[in-house]
Design a protein around this ligand. Structure first.
Ligand code: MLT
Ligand code: MN
Ligand code: ZN
Length: 298
């Protein structure tokens, strides 16, 4: 038994290129000069046979088609055993609608994230007698897929964009935004695709891990303003930046983590250009920038 992970989609919401975006990265991706990326999702397995998909992106149909490990093994038999949601954002839940073809699997999420799904009747397309919606308590270990144990923990974040009220708390720690700790064969792997800040508690938790997939939305907090695509800061979106004294590169530098991989990159992020100084700086600091189809085995 060995741990395997496959990045199904390395981009944040919108993907690369994003349909309505003419920024430098999106233009380069359309021209085939840098790799295009689909939206945020990671497949994991403890035995290479059955798989859990962490977040169901709007691109899941194409992601499965591009991933031999997830192809059907018989007439209506699929290696996909479960789906886990780490928040209720559209880039992480809309793909559930593409999994509606009368296929049994287990849908894991916290109580609050299940409430968001339950409040949207379109998700009733996932027939209740086929798709078991299992509520996972924070801090309680469960078997997410054969041989692979998972524990959810709160990370600073916010409610989904489409649920925002007049006032938004962007460093909420509860059931709306969670990270996933995976254990198998004495290995500890973390998946944290959305995170507003690295608190002491979070740093302590992920310290010494074998592998961490981490929120790589933006290089710098004012990146959307600087590229002219929007007015929101990373902080307002509930995403820590890679660079700077309070960024993720600095925060994870001394935690003794085996492998560090950025996922959930926004299409404005300069690390998506392989020749950029920002990519060189991230790699120099010991990080890899995920690509669609990247696989890691432990
Ligand atoms: C995010 O990660 O901030 C969200 O996916 C944004 C969105 O829903 O578009
Ligand atoms: Mn997102
Ligand atoms: Zn763009």
């Amino acid at each position: 038994m060995a741990f395997r992970a496959r990045v199904l989609g390395a981009a944040a919401g919108g993907g690369l290129p994003q349909w309505n975006c003419g920024c430098e990265n999106c233009r380069l991706a359309r021209a085939g000069e840098i790799p295009s990326l689909t939206q945020s999702s990671l497949a994991v397995s403890g035995d290479g046979q059955s798989w859990a998909v962490l977040n169901a992106s709007p691109d899941i149909r194409a992601q499965i088609a591009a991933s031999p490990c997830l192809h059907p093994t018989d007439l209506r038999k699929t290696p996909l055993a479960s789906v886990l949601l780490t928040n209720g954002d559209i880039d992480h839940v809309a793909g559930l609608l593409s999994l509606r073809e009368q296929q049994p699997f287990t849908l894991f999420a916290t109580g609050e994230i299940h409430e968001v799904i339950a409040a949207n009747p379109i998700f009733n397309a996932l027939a209740a007698d086929r798709v078991a919606r299992v509520t996972v308590e924070i801090g309680h270990e469960f078997e997410i897929v054969s041989g692979l144990h998972a524990t959810l923990f709160p990370v600073p974040g916010k409610v989904p964009l489409y649920m925002e009220g007049a006032e938004v708390q962007t460093d909420l720690e509860g059931e709306q935004t969670v990270g996933v700790e995976l254990r198998t064969n004495g290995r500890r792997i973390f998946y944290i695709p959305g995170c507003a800040a690295v608190t002491d508690r979070l740093a302590e938790r992920i310290g010494g891990a074998d592998l961490v997939f981490f929120d790589g939305t933006l290089w710098r907090d004012d990146e959307m303003q600087r590229t002219g695509v929007g007015t929101k800061t990373g902080k307002r979106m509930g995403h820590i930046s890679m660079s700077g004294p309070e960024g993720s590169i600095a925060a994870l530098a001394a935690l003794g983590i085996g492998e560090k991989v950025f996922v959930h990159m926004n299409n404005t992020n300069p690390v998506l250009r392989p020749s950029s100084p920002e990519r060189a700086a991230a790699e120099e600091a010991g990080w890899r920038v995920a690509q669609d189809g990247m696989e890691i085995s432990l």
